[in-house]
Write a protein that binds this ligand. Structure first.
Ligand code: SAM
Length: 288
């Protein structure tokens, strides 16, 4: 018996199902169910909630989500070896756990959801964690199909997600994340909590999508930040030269001096530049 349910301890589950950790799948398992319950609680009240969990593995976080009352958990796991272990959890919580054996990078959860918004809660595989987050933050239409994400990343990635201007970790990811969501690092988890132990500390991050981010075309925002941060040590008047627009005009739209560097420009400045880029594109198409 474990701390939160009457299922076997996770070590036993891993042994029984031969779930030796595979590096290629970013497998670092959390075996302490008190810790997985702490992550699940960070997603707020779970009664009536539908949760998408990516990478349940042996099911430590899945069990916590269900024990804390999640009405419906859709667990997307790429490793077929974990499916029998997850099926035992599904039996313990009839009708509440749906197991999908798929690659989360190409999985579209929308057909699985009802009209209510889902929460995404996951201890993400580190090798695809950023790509998954960018995919969720790039959802169209916006606001998206989820109303909260509680996700575990390597600390260094978590810092990039929450970073704002003038912080060392600020870059394209911080602009996208903070344009579309309120972001916060909730707590850290030591490498010692995982099996096998990773080299670095992990952090749990909460992202709450903004209902109405400052309006601009996401692709143009990405184009501007790619140019600006692609040469982050250069002044905007140089780094923005790769765009089909006069860098001075873009900087003026953001009310910043073109001698400034990308890392000093707030999200709202990049949004203003993306809007200006749209105006320039429209002017050019009208004169054709
Ligand atoms: N949730 C478990 C825990 O907290 O102990 C396992 C977390 S482990 C860091 C990441 C999990 O994601 C593994 O179970 C791994 O097999 C799975 N995974 C890796 N790549 C995946 C992908 N592309 N799609 C879905 N699951 C994936």
């Amino acid at each position: 018996m474990s701390a939160i349910d009457d299922l076997p301890p996770l070590r036993e589950v891993i042994r029984e199902h031969g779930l030796s950790a595979r590096k290629s799948l970013g497998q670092n398992f959390l075996l302490d169910l008190n810790l997985t319950a702490r992550i699940a609680r960070a997603a707020g009240p779970l009664d009536n909630a539908t949760v998408i969990e990516v990478g349940p593995g042996p099911g430590g976080l899945t069990r916590a989500l269900l024990a804390l009352g999640a009405a419906h958990v859709i667990a997307v796991e790429h490793d077929a070896r974990a499916i029998p272990a997850l099926q035992a959890i599904a039996q313990r919580y009839p009708g509440r756990l749906e197991i999908v054996c798929a690659d989360a990078l190409t999985f579209d959860p929308r057909p699985y959801l009802g009209s209510a918004k889902a929460k995404i809660v996951a201890n993400l595989p580190y090798n695809v964690a950023t790509a998954l987050l960018i995919g969720w933050l790039s959802s169209e239409p916006w606001p998206p199909w989820y109303d909260m994400m509680v996700l575990m990343f390597q600390r260094e990635v978590a810092e990039r997600i929450v970073a704002r201007e003038d912080e060392e970790a600020y870059g394209r990811l911080g602009v996208l994340a903070n344009w579309r969501a309120e972001t916060r690092i909730l707590f850290d988890i030591s490498p010692a909590a995982f099996v096998p132990q990773p080299k670095v500390t992990s952090s749990v991050v909460r992202l709450i999508p903004r209902e109405t981010p400052e309006p601009c075309e996401r692709r143009l925002l990405e184009q501007v930040t790619a140019a600006a941060f692609g040469q982050r040590r250069k002044m905007l008047r140089q780094s923005l030269k790769s765009l089909p627009a006069d860098p001075a005009r873009l900087a003026a739209a953001a009310h910043v001096d073109p001698t400034r560097r990308a890392e000093t420009i707030p999200v709202s400045g990049f949004v203003a530049m993306a809007r200006e880029l749209a105006d320039i594109r429209n002017e050019n198409s009208n004169t054709r």
